[in-house]
Each structure stands twice: as C-alpha cells, then as structure tokens.
Design a protein around this ligand. Structure first.
Ligand SMILES: NC(=O)c1ccc[n+]([C@@H]2O[C@H](COP(=O)([O-])OP(=O)(O)OC[C@H]3O[C@@H](n4cnc5c(N)ncnc54)[C@H](O)[C@@H]3O)[C@@H](O)[C@H]2O)c1
Ligand SMILES: O=C(O)[C@H](O)COP(=O)(O)O
Length: 606
C-alpha cells in the first residue's frame, strides 16, 4: 500500500541520515565523503568491499601484488607503483597472450587500446582484483564481467581534461586558419597564399556544447582569444557559467547564433547523432565545428551533406564513431575542408603523466582494500542484499532515467526519492539511491556512476538529494518507490505533480519493474526499451492515427496502454516502440487532433 510522501520542506530540515521519530530519514548530500553518510553500515560495506577486492592472496612470493601494464604508462606512475607492487610491463600483447599473462596478475593497467574482455576475466578466474584505466572512457573494459568476477575497475577522470581542452583550441585555430591544409600544400612543394585565407576568431561567437570539465576549460581559453562564448548544457549551473562570463543558451539559440561550435558532451542515448540534418539546417551558414568529444554525437552523413551545401564551412574531428575508422568510403576523412586527428585529445606528456599517477593511486588504494573515489564499478553490497534488491535496482535506475528525460532545457536542482517499505527505516537504501542517481547522471555526464561514487558525483554537480522511507504493509521488501525532481519545467507537462515537481513512481511485480505513475496520471508500463508518451483527450480515433504514423516509418509497437485516471477527461497513453521514432514523426504525433502533448522515453531499461 502506498503511503503518500511527506512534504519536501519537512525532509530537508532533517539532519542527513538521521532517523526521525516519524520513521523518516533524509540524506541531503552535505557531507564530503560517502563514508560519512551511514557510518555503521559503511563499516560493513567496507569489509564486504575489502573481502571482495582482496579475496585471493597476492600472486608473488614476496607477498606484494603483481600489476600488469599493457600500454605505455607515464613514468612517474610506474615508479610510484613499483614502491608497493611488482610491476610487469608487456606492451602490444595479442588477446591470447593477454589471457595467458593475466593469470599471474593481481591488477591490470591499460589505456584504450587493450580490450579487457570477458575472456580476460574468465582467464584470470577471479584472481584479477583491479583494472585501472589510465584515462576517462572505460568502453574497452567489460564492466559487467568485471563486476561478476568481483574485479574493481578504476579510472583517471580528471588528469586529461586540460589536454582535451587544449586540443580543442588547437583544432579551433587550425580550422580557422587552414593550418593543416596549408602545411600539406607546402609539403607538396606549393606556395598557395591566396588559397588558404582564413577567418578570424576574435569577436566571433563560439558555442560550447556540453559545459562540463572539458567544455568549461575550452570556454575559459576561448574568452582569452577574444571570442564571445555561449554554452548549451541543460544541466550546467548558471553560477559556474556566469563566473566564466559564459551565457547559457538553448540548443536552438546556440545553433542559430554561433560561428564556431566545440562539442564536449558525453556519448549517451540522448546525445547520439545530436548533430543531424535538423540541427545543421538551423545553423548559421558557414559555421565551423570542432569535435573532441565522441564521434557518435555527429551524424557523419548529415555533416557531409551540410559541408556539401556550404552550411558548415569546415570541421575538425579528433574522434570517430568507430576507431580506428574505416578509411574507404568514409564520408568525412580526406575532405579538403575537414581536418582530422587520431583521438589525440588526451595525448600530451603532462596528461599522460597525470593519468598515470591518478590511476596508480586508485589501483594501489583498491589493492589495499580502500574505497576509491575513482571506482567505476564496486561490488560493495553483500550478495544476499544484492539478490533481494536486484529487481528494485532496475526499477530505481529506470525511475531516475525517466525523471531526467522529462526535464526541459532549464535542468533541475534537487532529487527526492521516496521508498514505501514494510521495513521502514531498516531498509538499506544505499544501493537504490545510487541507482536512481546513476539513472539520472548517466543521461547527462560521461561519469560511470555506482554505489561508491554516486553521492559524490551528485554532490559535485551541486544536486541535493533527499530520501524518505515510509513504512508500508506487504510482503515484499519494497511496495513502491518514487523519484521527483525540482525542475523549472518539464518536456511533458503532465509529468508535473501538484507541487510543481516532475514525479514518477513505480513498483515491482513478479520480479519485473513497472512505472505506475507519471505526474498525476496512473500508468502501467514495464520499465524497458523506449516508450512514446502522449497526453490526449479521451476521444476515439487517436490510437489508430498514431499507429498509422508509426507504421509509416516502420516503427514496431510492442505494447500500448492508456492511463486509467481521466483527469478532466484526459488520459496518458504509452506506446512501447522497438526502434527510434524520427523527429518529424514525433512532431506529426504531437499535431494529431486530440493529442495535447507527446514525448519519448529512450532506453529506460534492459
Ligand atoms: N578526445 C579525447 O581524447 C577526450 C579526452 C577527454 C574527454 N573526452 C570526451 O569529452 C567529452 C566531455 O568530457 P568531460 O570530462 O568534460 O565530461 P563531463 O561529464 O565533465 O561533461 C559533460 C557535460 O556534458 C553535459 N551534457 C550532458 N548531456 C548533454 C546534452 N544532451 N547536451 C549538452 N550537454 C550535455 C553534461 O551536463 C556535462 O556538463 C566526453 O565526450 C569525453 O568522452 C575526449
Ligand atoms: O577517454 C579518455 O580519457 C580519452 O578519450 C582519451 O583516451 P586515450 O587514453 O585512448 O587517449
């Protein structure tokens, strides 16, 4: 049975983590370290963590751990590592050689070229305790397999930020002044001064798309070049932008206004091919684009069309959807107005020394059984608790994803999670809270979020999170849970509850997670795949029309439900879809007679 959530103002006045006589506790994130939140439980968590990480003894006779390094790692990091471990450097291993070598290692340190696959963990047979990635992206590590084998993965998320920003600025300047093309021409023995006249940067408008760690560093440097800097980032803080003299704008404003674009958003389902035909059509003619983020945020064919049409004058690309890319038939590589570098953003001596130290510190800490703030996965919860909470973990992440996807351009400031559980205050909410934060943050940042770092990451982004546990009746560990966001505005106004917050609620039935409420509307949606939501008048014909529009684009419908509550004779209809709904179809659906608004949840769950 659901007990209605207490008022938020009341929650936020309670001390973080302190049980109250009414059976509530809140965990507003005012403390700097995760260990401060639940001191007693955290000791247990630390023991579980240590046991997991240190389950087998070190593999060398002297009792020191063996660390295998398979890619060039900065010397200061290697020297530091030698103080506490036996270091084996083996570069350029084949997959079979790595599978063999890993059997003798307690830890492995890699960059992006080594593929740390499931086979590697299988070959290590539980003996590999830590994988360290000397950089940010961990897409070359099979995180699922690592977690399954109780192997902690750590990375180095900050030490290459400046290098990536500097590479962005280098490409910006090279792009404006045709440096690469002119150099190539001179190497070919030509002196073509007239051909390579460039454009100036001063007084031009640069749009930073994604105002996080790298984006803000690019912004700071571009101001120094005399550029007017604007930024689009729905989750960026106004205060941070103001402090740097950068104006936050909407996506469309950025497209219309900028002479130059520098892309710095993470690769997520929401940013995939964000620069598509639609976006290029809204750009000022002659714009120039730099991408040191991830290749997949640009639709390569659409960019090629925009270059052909002169809408985009030139582009500089450091990253590609597939790396290394296939040269033959590539729509962009080799064009006269496109300059390319082979993913060099992090490749400076300083950054490589920095990431080496950052990753070695994290690996050494983890081998010593300490919590690392750079942990990417962390099996910190006892297996029996994990087993019990497993279905709710999927629900929690799905609610986080759903809530944040409903936020409009202006972003949100705080998160409220309410659990209805027969256990009341005894419910261990750490894992569920972490999964809500994961669902939210992984839509908007490059960071991989888990139990160890979720609270810290939320705090570092200035997000306040409040939790309430309400005692309910029933057999299962959790009757229901809800996530609400204090957002300025929603992309789907029906998702806003009576208190003005974006609100989603869900439950688990027969082991499967369901969304049961969006704003004031009851729904009944399995938390999986992509879902089209429509708020509509209760009148015949709408379902058929929308079905036809989707069929026209070959979009298969896997389920359809209509919200039970008819508030003012309105209903919320949900349609599960198997593939992407094109933007123009979404627009057409929004214009169907009787449809009041519509939106799409992308990839809510497995
Ligand atoms: N080329 C390289 O060698 C290299 C090196 C480092 C980082 N990177 C890439 O640079 C990018 C930024 O890295 P970071 O460390 O600054 O990450 P970050 O998490 O600090 O910043 C990402 C920012 O993007 C914003 N964002 C999320 N969704 C967005 C959206 N739909 N539209 C606009 N902004 C959105 C987030 O709010 C966040 O502020 C990532 O793609 C990363 O993979 C590349
Ligand atoms: O993810 C990263 O840190 C950057 O993209 C750099 O990766 P690299 O280590 O392959 O240079």
């Amino acid at each position: 049975m659901l007990v209605s959530a207490p008022r938020l103002s009341r929650l936020q006045s309670s001390f973080p983590g302190t049980p109250t006589p009414t059976g509530m506790h809140s965990a507003a994130l005012t403390r700097p370290r995760i260990s401060g939140i639940y001191p007693a439980r955290n000791q247990v968590a630390k023991r579980v963590f240590r046991k997991t990480i240190m389950s087998a003894g070190a593999k060398s006779p002297d009792g020191r751990p063996v660390v295998l390094i398979t890619e060039k790692l900065g010397d200061p990091g290697v020297e530091m590592l030698k103080q506490s471990a036996n270091v084996v450097v083996a570069l350029g291993l084949s997959a079979a050689e790595l599978n063999e070598k890993i059997k003798g290692a307690d830890a492995l340190i890699v960059r992006s070229a080594t593929k740390v696959t499931r086979e590697v963990f299988e070959a290590a047979n539980g003996g590999l305790k830590v994988v360290g990635r000397a950089g940010v992206g961990v897409d070359n590590v099979d995180l699922g397999a690592a977690t399954e084998y109780g192997c902690l993965v750590v990375n180095a998320p900050t030490a290459n930020t400046v290098a990536a920003a500097e590479h962005g600025i280098a490409l910006l300047c090279a792009l404006a002044r045709n440096v690469s093309q002119a150099d190539a021409s001179m190497r070919a023995g030509k002196w073509e001064r007239g051909k390579y006249v460039g454009v100036s940067l001063v007084d031009k408008t640069l749009a930073i798309m994604g105002f996080g760690k790298v984006g803000s560093e690019v912004g700071r440097r571009a101001k120094g070049l005399g550029m007017e800097v604007i930024a689009y980032d729905p989750y960026a803080s106004e205060d941070k932008a103001r402090a740097l003299g950068v104006q936050l704008v909407t996506f469309d404003e950025a497209l219309a206004k900028a002479d130059f674009f520098s892309l710095h958003m993470p690769m997520t389902p929401g940013t995939k091919k964000m620069f598509n035909d639609d976006a290029f059509a809204k750009m000022k003619k002659g714009a120039r684009i730099v991408n040191v983020a991830r290749g997949g945020v640009i639709d390569d064919d659409a960019l090629a069309r925009a270059l052909d049409a002169g809408v985009v004058a030139a582009a500089a690309l450091d990253v590609f959807e597939e790396e290394p890319p296939k040269w033959e038939g590539h729509p962009l590589i080799g064009r006269p107005n496109v300059i390319t570098t082979p993913h060099l953003g992090a490749s400076t001596q300083e950054a490589q020394e920095g990431v080496a130290i950052e990753v070695v510190e994290a690996v050494v800490e983890a081998l010593a059984g300490k919590l690392s703030a750079n942990a990417v996965n962390a099996p910190m919860v006892a297996p029996e608790v994990l087993r019990e909470l497993q279905p709710y973990v999927v629900l929690a992440e799905g609610l986080g994803k759903a809530a944040v996807q409903l936020v409009a351009d202006q972003g949100f400031a705080d998160i409220n999670v309410t659990y209805s559980s027969p256990r009341g205050d005894d419910l261990d909410t750490r894992l569920l809270r972490a999964m809500v934060i994961k669902g939210i943050l992984e839509e908007i940042t490059t960071s991989t979020v888990n139990l160890v770092n979720a609270d810290l990451l939320a705090k570092s982004r200035g997000l306040r999170i409040s939790e309430v546990t309400v005692r309910s009746e029933g057999e299962s560990v959790l009757s229901s849970m809800s996530v609400s966001l204090g957002a300025g505005k929603s992309r789907f106004s029906a998702a806003v509850d009576k208190t003005g917050r974006i609100y989603v609620e869900g439950t688990v039935r027969n082991g499967r997670p369901y969304l049961t409420k969006i704003g004031g509307f009851d729904v009944d949606l399995s938390v999986e795949g992509s879902i089209l939501l429509c708020r509509q008048r209760d009148q015949p014909g709408i379902v058929g029309t929308i079905g036809m529009l989707l069929a026209r684009d070959n979009v298969n419908i896997n389920f359809m439900t209509v919200g039970r509550t008819a508030r003012n004779e309105e209903a919320v209809m949900a349609i599960g879809v198997d593939s992407e709904v094109p933007a123009d179809t979404l627009m057409a659906i929004g214009m169907v007679k009787g449809v009041l608004e519509s939106t799409l949840f992308k990839e809510l769950g497995a």
